[in-house]
Write a protein that binds this ligand. Structure first.
Ligand SMILES: *Cc1c(COP(=O)(O)O)cnc(C)c1O
Length: 371
């Protein structure tokens, strides 16, 4: 059988290690609702991520949706965000009855272009929801200054940014809140899972209620909550995976560097941008296939696919062009995001990817571009 290489492959501990970790659950019979594993993981993550407060969730999307709800914005409020993201970011805003206002992105980092935020602010604007795309750090300082000046909340979609620090600070400590995703496809996983890191301690109680039906105590339900609690099996997986996270990131670094060596100075291939002051996590390896070399992204994508190698057009299409949003005629134009979404290809990237396979992937790309 021809070997298949997918764009990602979940990190997992040894089976014995996981079995050892879940053994206690057969004694306690406590499977969810802020159990012991959940509490241990919360403590460990707080330390690893260098953040003051955290609340764990069943997945990253519900975490983002509920933190927006917890902020209590007025219905119909506007949220400045990026269309160059996963469906989740835009859906989380819209499902809260808020209106996404799409801002264009920076050509280097593919994150929201902070110099274009202020022109989009109106008297209805209540928040900014930027995304640390591929683990590239947003212009957190400029965004903070804009938010302070205009009295706006900042909620980062940090789904790609687990373990990253910027200027020696955990990335989740910037803004009013940040969402991390622990989905199976991310750098760090709890099978499915997610977390909110937040600045104001008072937000914690509200988040803990909203992820448990809005229940305060047996007789009082304060909010229209959902069910988004992390269960004990997820937390146990998280405890195991956290033990190995540094090794996993180091293995990713080797893969990342091998890609750089292979694709450096290939005409028509634009490599990921290096950021100063950032401790990276090597979550993705996005390249742009520049159209002017008579080859386009879709041709490269197909050539790889024919050889059993599955890259991903990530993010394409822009969320602002989804059928469910495109009818909204007031959507602002984001030409840079549009152009990048048509050129970008994220190549297979995971800790166990063999360096010889990286060479094969790069050869297919280089042969294509040279033709
Ligand atoms: C994965 C991801 C999410 C959603 O996280 P889940 O844990 O899968 O719900 C949100 N935003 C971005 C940018 C993501 O990549």
């Amino acid at each position: 059988m021809k070997k298949k290489i997918l764009v990602t492959r979940s990190s997992m501990p040894d089976l014995e290690e996981y079995i050892e970790e879940i053994r206690d659950l057969w004694d306690s019979h406590w499977l969810t609702n802020m159990g012991e594993k959940h509490n241990v993981l919360e403590r460990e993550l707080k330390e690893y991520l260098q953040i003051p407060n955290i609340s764990l969730f069943s997945n990253g999307h519900m975490a983002l949706e509920l933190v927006i709800q917890a902020m209590g914005f007025p219905e119909g409020g506007e949220v400045i965000t990026t269309p160059f993201t996963f469906a989740s970011t835009t859906h989380a805003i819209v499902r809260n009855g808020l209106k996404p206002i799409f801002c264009d992105i920076s050509e280097d980092t593919y994150t929201i272009d902070a110099s274009k935020i202020e022109e989009l602010i109106t008297d209805k604007t209540c928040a900014i929801v930027p995304v640390h795309v591929y683990g590239n750090v947003c212009d957190v300082e400029k965004i903070e200054a804009i938010a302070l000046k205009n009295n706006l909340k900042v909620i980062y979609d940090a789904a790609h940014a687990f373990g990253i620090s910027y200027k020696g600070r955990g990335i989740g400590s910037y803004g009013d809140a940040s969402m991390f995703s622990f989905h199976a496809t991310k750098v760090y996983n709890t099978i499915e899972g997610g977390a909110i890191c937040f600045r104001d301690e008072r937000l914690g109680q509200r988040l803990n209620q909203l992820k448990n039906f809005g229940i305060e105590d047996e007789e009082h339900v304060l909010g229209v909550g959902a069910n988004a609690k992390m269960n004990e099996f997820q937390a146990a997986m998280g405890i195991c995976n956290l033990r190995h996270i540094e090794t996993e990131i180091l293995k990713r670094k080797k893969v990342y560097e091998r890609y750089l060596e292979n694709l450096n100075n290939v005409p028509g291939i634009i490599l990921p941008h290096h950021q100063c002051d950032v401790k990276p996590n090597y979550a993705y390896f996005p390249v742009l296939i520049d159209n002017k070399y008579d080859i386009n992204r879709d041709i490269v994508y197909n050539r790889l696919a024919e050889r059993g190698i599955h890259a991903r057009k990530y993010f394409y299409p822009l969320t602002s062009t989804y059928e469910c949003y495109a009818t909204n005629s007031s959507i602002t134009k984001t030409p840079i995001a549009l152009s990048i979404s048509k050129q970008v290809l994220t190549l297979p990237m995971y800790a166990d990817l063999q360096l010889e396979d990286v060479d094969i992937i790069c050869k297919i790309i280089k042969d294509g571009v040279a033709q």
